[in-house]
Ligand binder design. Structure first.
Ligand code: FES
Length: 63
């Protein structure tokens, strides 16, 4: 895994990165709701929800 991958910002409103989603998955999150509860992603404008969901699927497949 490249370092810059972890630093990629997925949620511009709340400055949430791939690394933040990765940590949420590491803490046991398996659904978008669980990731959202941990990171607060997509709680502002909501535009990032689909991108975060895609990233979650990718990270879960990596496990
Ligand atoms: S970009 Fe994530 S809530 Fe706006």
């Amino acid at each position: 895994m490249k370092q810059e991958d972890n630093e990629r910002i997925l949620c511009l409103c709340l400055n949430i990165t791939t690394g933040d989603i990765r940590r949420a998955v590491g803490a046991g999150a398996k659904t978008f709701s669980e990731v959202q509860r941990i990171t607060r992603c997509a709680k502002s404008c909501g535009m990032c929800a689909d991108v975060v969901k895609e990233e979650l699927v990718r990270l879960l497949a990596e496990q």
